[in-house]
Ligand binder design. Structure first.
Ligand code: UDX
Length: 433
């Protein structure tokens, strides 16, 4: 099939490349000229394992091209995926300017039947707005359908998540739209749930909100564990053995970040209020996530006492491992709060350093974890990169000014830290003195 992808970011690039891999002809467009220029040269603007090679393979096979021109992309395609960003406004509302702009462009340029598929994460009822917008500007009255096909791609495993999804959700209003999308996704041999458009839109917000709820729940439990000397990892394990609960997304830590969970929860709370429902449960999930970072700051102060003029090494800037994305990353909040208290900050991350340099000022960007630890008063773990799990801790202890590690992701074994002679503070687990 001939497909165009409008918006070549984390979702659009992965979606377009994987659809090309399935044998479709795909045009990925973006309004950012520099991004398109880089992509045409094979330079991929995001770190996503395997994406660069898959792009090159499909460009070489002439199944995938990049363009800034939206008109030919619309006119050459039967299916048009909307994958532009829907960032949060100040009040948490999703900014749908990009979506509306694409809908107007599709209406303006369409030259026959189009299936317009919203894949960007949008508040429920957006599909209706897209349809209304195209109706208004579609002066030649070409036939079209709108569908919702939310993405469930995790950064760092997006290609695998696309090629081997737990499920594919398609929200449609016509048999034609249903048949086109069922045919498109048939090669994946994955469970496909067909719903109406509004239900499909809600599935995305509801799923992400539930994942965040699990995280905030176990983080709240970690606070109780710390107050009684229990071990949150054991509590999580005991909970997760109940198949109805499951053991995923029960890793206590410094809290969730990223470009999805925080934004989707804000948007879901906002659209719920617009619909007359006060989503207090979700507000509590968001509040617990903020408090988890405040509690972590308290941990650092409790163990360092005076922050002023102390040198603190931060390991991990990305919001999670295997990505370079620092959007809503806990590291940014923690670094800025420590700087406000007068700390000198050294940072290291395997992938996110370049992106962090645009956001963090007045910190020393180190070439590895050992340089960050050298002559620092403590080592703070923010992102659970495997690289940090495999550090030579004896060497770390030698270069640290004091053998103090404050771990926001529970990546080390407490007994091992005791044997090595560290003072080791983690989340929801008894302190190792
Ligand atoms: C999420 C959803 O998982 C994905 O389905 C959706 O399409 C997009 O949003 P992503 O934002 O890439 O994916 O990251 P995810 O792996 O969900 O982790 C989100 C955050 O939660 C990270 O900061 C991670 O560190 C944190 N997390 C995750 C925990 O703190 N504890 C956990 O047990 C799991």
């Amino acid at each position: 099939m001939n497909i165009s992808i409008i918006g070549s970011g984390y979702v659009g690039l992965v979606t377009g490349t994987c659809l090309a891999e399935l044998g479709n002809k795909v045009i990925c467009t973006d309004c950012n000229a520099e991004k398109i220029r880089h992509l045409k040269k094979g330079i991929v603007p995001i770190y996503e394992p395997g994406l660069e090679d898959l792009i090159k393979k499909n460009v070489d096979k002439k199944r995938l091209i990049f363009s800034q021109e939206i008109k030919p992309a619309i006119q050459k395609s039967e299916i048009i995926f909307i994958t532009v960003g829907t960032p949060s406004r100040e009040n948490g509302e999703a900014d749908l300017t990009g979506i509306e702009n694409v809908a107007r462009n599709i209406a303006h340029y369409m030259n026959g039947y189009k299936l317009v598929v919203e894949k960007s994460t949008v508040p429920v009822q957006t599909g209706e707005r897209v349809k209304q917008t195209i109706d208004i500007y579609n002066h030649k009255k070409h036939k079209f359908d709108v569908a919702s096909n939310p993405e469930f791609l995790r950064e760092g495993s997006a290609i695998n998540d696309f090629m081997h999804p737990d499920r594919i959700v398609i929200g449609i209003e016509s048999k034609k739209a249903r048949d086109i999308l069922l045919n498109l996704y048939k090669p994946l041999k994955a469970p496909i749930l067909v719903t109406d458009i509004k239900s499909a839109e809600l599935i995305k917000h509801a799923a992400n909100s539930f994942l965040a709820t699990k995280i905030s729940f176990i983080n709240a439990i970690s606070q109780i564990c710390e107050r009684v000397g229990a071990d949150v990892e054991k509590v999580a394990k005991g909970m997760g053995l109940d198949k109805r609960i499951g053991d995923f997304f029960l890793d206590a830590g410094i809290g969730y970040g990223g470009s999805c969970l925080p934004k989707d929860i804000d948007a879901f709370i906002n659209i719920s209020e617009e619909l007359g429902y006060d989503f207090v449960l979700l507000k509590a999930v968001r509040q617990v996530n903020e408090e988890q970072k405040e509690e972590f700051m308290r941990k650092i102060e409790d163990n360092l006492w005076i922050i002023q003029d102390k040198t603190i090494a931060i390991l991990g800037l990305a919001f999670k491992p295997n990505t370079d994305d620092i959007r809503s990353a806990p590291s940014i909040d923690i670094v800025k709060k420590l700087q406000e208290k007068g700390a000198r900050i050294k940072v290291y991350d395997p992938c996110a350093m370049e992106k962090a340099k645009a956001v963090l000022k007045g910190v020393k960007f180190c070439k590895d974890a050992y340089e960050a630890a050298r002559a620092s008063d403590c080592l703070v773990i923010i992102t659970d990169w495997n690289e940090f799990k495999e550090l030579d801790l004896k060497r770390i202890k030698k270069v640290l000014r004091h053998p103090l590690i404050i771990d926001g992701r529970n990546i080390y074994d407490r007994q091992q830290m005791k044997q090595l002679g560290f003072k080791y503070v983690s989340v929801g687990r008894p302190k190792v003195i």
